[in-house]
Design a protein around this ligand. Structure first.
Ligand code: BGC
Length: 764
């Protein structure tokens, strides 16, 4: 017995010794399974959190809890297991960090690229990918790991405060643009987080509002863009949204984050919450929301839930796998040493090219644009001309070094500005800035009223200028929606346009209006007066230079609207239900517009728009010809080709928009829907390019909620090729001989209220 005891003791001691000397598993060297089994329970709970309010110390960073000043969040690090933290930074128009970094003498300025709305208006996915490459390079070279972008929610209502951060009212453009940006950014070996999944279309009460949406509208409109982006670009992460969807917070909805995102679409990455989103960490963990950002307060709740067995440690383990897989891919984990000197000059050139391609020429009577050689002196009106708005506010803002305003850009291009006009605005701007605290000065002019000018003052400028340019501006950002009043022009803005037009037209001189806005405004009441209207959007730090490139004709305008401009706010399909009910403090938002968002509504319900989806003028003209289909009967796919020829006098690019008019027998459908698009190269006069599109069965299908399936109905399909949704230049027809069930999906995400969605009265 003594011998046995001795043997046991020897065995125990040698086991303990070997456990002590056994090296701990290390991330990257050992399997993730082994790493997780070496974690304590506390470490597991810490791992699914971000760094919270930074009042405690992350073992991976020591007392220094900020790795990059201005970062939005971090993931947890466990040095003993080789787990480095990952830095997460905003945002959709470029890297958002503090220019002043305590450990570096030089400023960390970033490039403010054109906002997503501008990029979507380029209809140029290759250009968006190029922007992504430049953006991602700044993420890498300044030491971040993941960019919290792109934001691809649908532009459902022009009053949404984040409209400028989003791409389009159409999910195909939103999805394709987002995929291109993700590919570009991730080509640098850094990650993205496509957001806000899903249906974050309202900023009023954004952290609690319940979006009530039909299953069909979800599948066809609000999920579609995310589906395209996930399948075509493999984003490292997805960010769930703040809002509730059909009764549940999206971050707590397993049907959304697991059934649809992972099982149906095959997403392999990590899901993180939006900052402080949701109200139940246990539900978030169970739903598949792997990481809680910024995380912190949920620690004790989660610990208690494990003790109470309301959540299993296995769920945490599963979520930690996604987090560790992400960390293994990050530059910080791989030991990358940033230069802290990205090539900002090269990136500015990309930003300028992109801005010029995304601006949309809305009106151009009698070739008012481009400026003729005779234009040398410009009277530049509107406060925004002198404080140009580069982007919107909030997490989508970028801390750039310098952005030219329109006055600077015009002067740099050799134009002479009419002094008394410039002086009047500069004096006004100075007087506002003088009475504003330094920290509030950046955006203050945007929210101040327009400067009233007397007719006598305006008249006096005419003889000293060859042309007048007026800029109208609007600003918005996350956390609040715009008001109906901000959709229309103020009486001072109306008077400015009217009085300048009167004075300049009397002298046979032209007037150009520039719109420096993040989302549509009313144009129908005043657009007859000026000779030309150029929609500059909020085009990034090179926007004013790009604008002047277009005004003087150095670049041909080729931007097209990816969001319709309604005649009046009341025409917007969600006008009556936005932001939600009750109106003053909404709890629920009933999406009674169903699938009829944007042009799908205006066209199908015969509501005229001021400027339709897909619209945009150019200084040259294009002809569409030789439309051919690979077959007249649809089998597995059909190829469509079209020849585009520049028949005008200057070089330019043209977008071919392919819409499908599908049979409307079994269920109602939009009059036509965008199914593909492509932009030509720069075509010289008389030059042609043939564009090719492939239509798959899924492009023919609509979502039948009764059977939870995508169905392509049998019958005749018309292919429309347009240079705008309302300017179809060529048509071709094919038939589908029998109904196709293209894909069956899970019957999930049904509304928690009886929802009456609009349907057109008669079709076909
Ligand atoms: C925004 C996100 C952003 C996050 C981190 C949230 O308020 O909704 O878009 O990425 O903050 O800054």
């Amino acid at each position: 017995m003594k011998k046995l005891n001795l043997l046991l003791s020897v065995l125990l001691v040698s086991f303990a010794l070997s456990a002590q000397t056994q090296p701990l598993p290390q991330l990257g060297k050992d399997s993730i399974k082994n790493i997780i089994s070496a974690m304590t329970l506390q470490e597991k709970v810490d791992m699914v959190m971000g760094l919270g309010d930074r009042s405690w110390t992350n073992p991976a960073t020591g007392p220094k809890t900020v790795l990059l000043q201005g970062e939005a969040g971090l993931t947890y690090g466990i040095p003993r297991l080789g787990i480095t933290p990952a830095v997460l930074t905003d945002g959709p128009a470029g890297l958002r960090i503090e220019p002043k970094q305590s450990e570096h003498a030089h400023p960390f300025y970033c490039t403010a690229f054109p906002t997503a709305t501008v990029m979507a208006s380029t209809w140029n996915t290759a250009l968006e990918e190029k922007v992504g490459e430049a953006m991602g390079n700044e993420v890498l070279e300044y030491g971040s790991d993941v960019l919290l972008a792109p934001a691809l929610n649908i532009q459902r209502n022009p009053l949404c405060g984040r409209d400028f951060e989003y791409f389009s009212e159409d999910p195909l453009i939103a999805g394709k643009m987002a995929a291109a940006l993700v590919r570009g950014i991730q080509s640098n070996g850094v990650g993205t987080s496509i957001k806000h999944f899903d249906a974050n279309n309202i900023e009023t009460n954004r952290t609690s509002i319940n979006a009530v949406i039909s299953q069909r509208a979800l599948r066809e409109i609000y999920l579609k863009g995310f589906e395209i982006a996930v399948k075509e670009s493999d984003p490292w992460t997805v960010m769930s949204s703040y809002n509730r969807l059909n009764g549940f917070y999206t971050s707590q909805n397993r049907d959304l984050l697991t059934t649809i995102l992972r099982k149906e679409w095959g997403f392999k990455g990590m899901v993180m919450s939006d900052w402080w989103g949701g109200d139940d960490p246990v539900a978030q963990m169970n739903a598949g929301n792997d990481l809680l950002e910024p995380g912190d307060s949920q620690r004790p709740v989660l610990m208690q839930a494990i003790r109470d067995k309301t959540i299993s440690v296995k769920v945490l383990d599963r979520n930690i796998v996604s987090i560790l897989q992400l960390i293994e891919k990050t530059p910080r984990f791989k030991g990358f040493v940033p230069t802290y000197h990205p090539d900002l000059v090269a990136h500015a050139a990309v930003a300028r090219e992109a801005a010029a391609e995304g601006m949309v020429l809305l009106k151009n009577d009698n070739q008012a644009l481009p400026f003729t050689k005779k234009v040398k002196r410009i009277a530049l009106f509107g406060k925004t001309s002198y404080r140009f708005m580069v982007g919107g506010t909030g997490s989508g803002e970028v801390n750039y070094d310098h952005a030219a305003s329109i006055d600077d850009a015009m002067t740099d291009a050799g134009y002479k500005l009419t002094r008394p006009v410039a002086d009047a605005y500069k004096q006004y701007i100075d007087s506002v800035l003088n009475k504003t605290k330094e920290q509030d000065r950046k955006q203050v002019i945007a929210y101040e009223p327009e400067v009233p000018l007397s007719q006598a003052f305006i008249d006096a400028q005419v003889k000293n200028s060859d042309i007048a340019v007026i800029t109208i501006g609007r600003q918005a950002g996350e956390g609040a929606d715009r008001t109906v009043e901000s959709f229309t022009l103020t009486s001072t803005e109306q008077a400015l346009i009217h009085d300048v037009c009167q004075a300049y037209h009397a002298a046979k001189k032209k007037v150009i209006v520039v719109l420096n806005i993040g989302s549509p405004i009313e144009t129908a009441s005043w657009r007859a007066e000026p000779d030309a209207v150029m929609l500059a959007w909020q085009p990034g730090q090179q926007g004013a230079n790009a604008l002047v490139d277009l005004l003087k004709g150095a670049v041909d305008p080729s931007g097209k609207l990816a969001e319709s401009f309604p005649m009046k706010y009341a025409d917007v399909p969600s006008a009556a239900t936005f932001p939600g009910e009750p109106k003053n403090n909404p709890v629920n938002a009933f999406y009674t517009d169903g699938i009829y968002v944007g042009y799908r509504y205006y066209e199908t319900f015969h509501v005229p728009t001021a400027y339709p989806f897909g619209y945009g003028l150019s200084y040259t003209q294009f002809r569409f010809s030789d439309v051919t289909l690979s077959d007249t009967v649809f089998n597995k796919e059909i190829t469509v080709t079209v020849k585009v020829t520049n028949v005008g006098k200057v070089a330019g690019k043209e977008v071919a928009e392919l819409y499908l008019d599908a049979p409307k027998k079994q269920i109602d459908k939009p009059m036509q829907e965008l199914k593909a698009f492509a932009k030509t190269n720069l075509l010289k006069p008389n030059e042609s390019q043939t564009l090719t599109f492939t239509l798959h069965a899924s492009d023919l299908a609509s979502f039948w909620s009764g059977i939870s399936a995508w169905v392509a109905d049998k019958g005749s399909y018309q292919v429309h090729i347009g240079d705008s949704s309302d300017d179809i230049r060529a048509k071709a027809t094919f038939t589908l001989p029998r109904r196709l069930i293209v894909e069956r999906v899970h019957n999930v995400l049904y509304p928690n209220f009886l929802l009456h969605v609009m349907t057109p009265k008669e079709q076909d």
